[in-house]
Design a protein around this ligand. Structure first.
Ligand code: GDD
Ligand code: MN
Length: 441
């Protein structure tokens, strides 16, 4: 409403921050992202939002909201009082509202008149607590990032403890209900049981992540930007802290106790779905451990090409085998050896030109190419021996001298796996590692 009023007479209200729509990656430096979306509040240019480049702030606190219009003004009042005393002009509060039906975002905008350090993002397309927090961090200008619930269940005073711990060297400081000074107010036995049950489940599925903090369910924490910067986050459901612990670079962790307050206004958004999300999230982070590393290091494209080349080899192998064995009536083993060697040649040409093109291109010349061929052939010859053995085993022993082609197909399948694995480990890869050494001579 004060949108178009004269900014000289009334301090102007800020505009909404445009939510980022790219990947959920927090940049390692305070972002420029926001500059274009901000209307600099009149008379507040010196606070670090004006000028050509935004000045990095010490601290950015994200407040995720959904239908919290009653709570937000109270929280902002309390937080600004605390932070203005502790770190004046060095912080910002970023409200990230998911287009609340009660128009919490509008309430937030009104607050920016009196509190220029408050910024508001209204998300329309995207939903969910965890991604809201990350979207807020993505546009943050602070070197230290934090999150607090909007519903006053997280006592604001504890924020100063958390902030101090990070400034004292912690990468992450977590508000905890389960350490000295922490607790829950009036929780029923059932609720305590559910909360602890979720924690135990987490300890079972993901001990090295969940076990690092006393309150892994906490949504009240402060961390160094560097601890979570430049990694793509895939949060699910409510528990953003799991994501920070699971994917971030967090060495030193500290905790501060707090008592989880009862809500006095608004309603909790927790449903049974959050429990499902939580388990799903744990499992996903778990697969990040060993399988995730393999997946990240696995050359998917090269494997796809290798498999295609292998398929062309199968067809050639089959065709030559048919020609020699059925057509010319040569014995199966001898026919197979020739068929396989022709296929090996075919596969080398394509793998060298296409599958591992980057590596072969870095090693020019016919000499180097020939060396690669010898290596490849050596591995494949070992594979060929295996192939003949397996073919004979399947043909003679398993199938009782029947179905030679099916036996050959099975043998080829097994040997392809063998070939890929060895070539991945030894062939083109080894020449790559050898490279710097040979350059030294
Ligand atoms: N933007 C956005 N989008 N905010 C949301 C959403 C959403 O989809 N869902 C919830 N919020 C906001 C709420 O408005 C509130 O500020 C905060 O996130 C927490 O939501 P509550 O629904 O009040 O959660 P709670 O009190 O039951 O759950 C809390 O449990 C922990 C303790 O186990 C967690 O959220 C933690 O923060 C807390 O420490
Ligand atoms: Mn709450």
């Amino acid at each position: 409403m004060t949108y178009f009023s004269n900014p000289v007479e009334t301090p102007s209200q800020q505009r909404l921050i445009e939510p980022p729509t790219d990947k959920l990656v927090v940049p390692s430096r305070a972002t420029m992202h926001r500059e274009t979306h901000l209307v600099i509040p009149h008379g507040h240019e010196q606070h670090g939002y004006g000028g050509a480049s935004p000045r990095a702030l010490l601290f950015s606190l994200v407040i995720p909201t959904f239908n919290e219009q009653e709570n937000l003004p109270v929280l902002v009042q309390q937080l600004t009082t605390l932070l203005d005393a502790a770190i004046p002009h060095q912080y910002e509060l970023i409200v990230v509202d998911d287009d609340s039906p009660d128009q919490t975002w509008q309430r937030g905008l009104e607050l920016t008149q009196m509190f220029p350090q408050v910024h508001v993002m209204r998300r329309v397309g995207e939903k969910g607590l965890s991604s809201a927090v990350i979207r807020g961090w993505q546009v943050a200008q602070g070197e230290i990032l934090g999150v607090i619930d909007a519903d006053l269940q997280h006592p604001p005073k504890v924020l100063l403890d958390l902030l101090a711990k990070v400034r004292d060297g912690a990468d992450l400081a977590v508000g905890s209900r389960h350490v000295e000074g922490g607790g829950v107010s009036e929780w029923s036995i059932v609720r305590r049981f559910l909360s602890r049950g979720a924690q135990v489940l987490g300890l079972l599925i993901l001990p090295h992540v969940v076990g690092r903090v006393s309150d892994p369910m906490s949504g009240y924490f402060v961390c160094r930007r560097a601890a979570i910067a430049d990694v793509e986050l895939h949060p699910q459901g409510y528990k953003i802290l799991l994501e920070v612990l699971g994917r971030g670079t967090v060495d030193v962790i500290d905790e501060a106790g707090y008592v989880f307050q009862e809500r006095t206004a608004g309603a909790s958004k927790v449903t049974w779905k959050q429990y499902i999300d939580y388990i799903h999230h744990l499992l996903r982070l778990r697969s990040l451990g060993s399988m995730g590393k393999i997946r990240r290091n696995f050359p998917v494209k090269a494997f796809f090409r290798f498999a295609l080349v292998g398929l062309s080899g199968v067809l050639i192998d089959m065709a030559v085998l048919y020609l020699l064995h059925t057509g010319l009536g040569l014995p199966l083993t001898r026919s197979k050896i020739v068929a396989a060697e022709v296929a090996i040649l075919n596969n080398f040409v394509w793998n060298d030109l296409w599958t591992f093109a980057t590596i072969s291109r870095s090693q020019k010349g016919w000499g180097a190419k020939f060396k690669r061929f010898l290596k490849f052939n050596m591995i494949c010859l070992a594979g060929l021996v295996l192939n003949v053995l397996v073919l004979n085993l399947i043909y003679n022993v398993v199938f009782g001298q029947k179905w030679a082609y099916l036996a050959n197909l099975l043998a080829i399948g097994l040997v392809t796996i063998w070939n890929f694995w060895l070539n991945l480990k030894l062939s083109w890869r080894v020449t790559q590692v050898d490279d710097p050494r040979s350059q030294g001579h």
